[in-house]
Design a binder for this molecule. Sequence first.
Ligand SMILES: [Zn+2]
Length: 89
Amino acid sequence: MPDFNIRIPKGCACSGVHPGDYTNQVELKTPDHMLKIGNIGCLQFRETTCVDRCIADAVQALWALEVVTTGCCCGHNQVDGYIGVWEAP
Ligand SMILES: [Zn+2]
């Protein structure tokens, strides 16, 4: 299976942030191991990647292990969150 989601149980630090609301995001420099892939289907890696603040540490820990992430959401303390992970086929 080339990609899967790491599930993050509901209960992050968000308060009053709704899914689809981008106010609680941080913009991080996209790591080189992802930039050199360029794109996965219609997902285009750019110089920076926005991630939810609650899970920025977790995403950066995965990046440090050269894990490729395709998207993520902390769930904003309303639903379970996820980090999408991609493995080269
Ligand atoms: Zn959150």
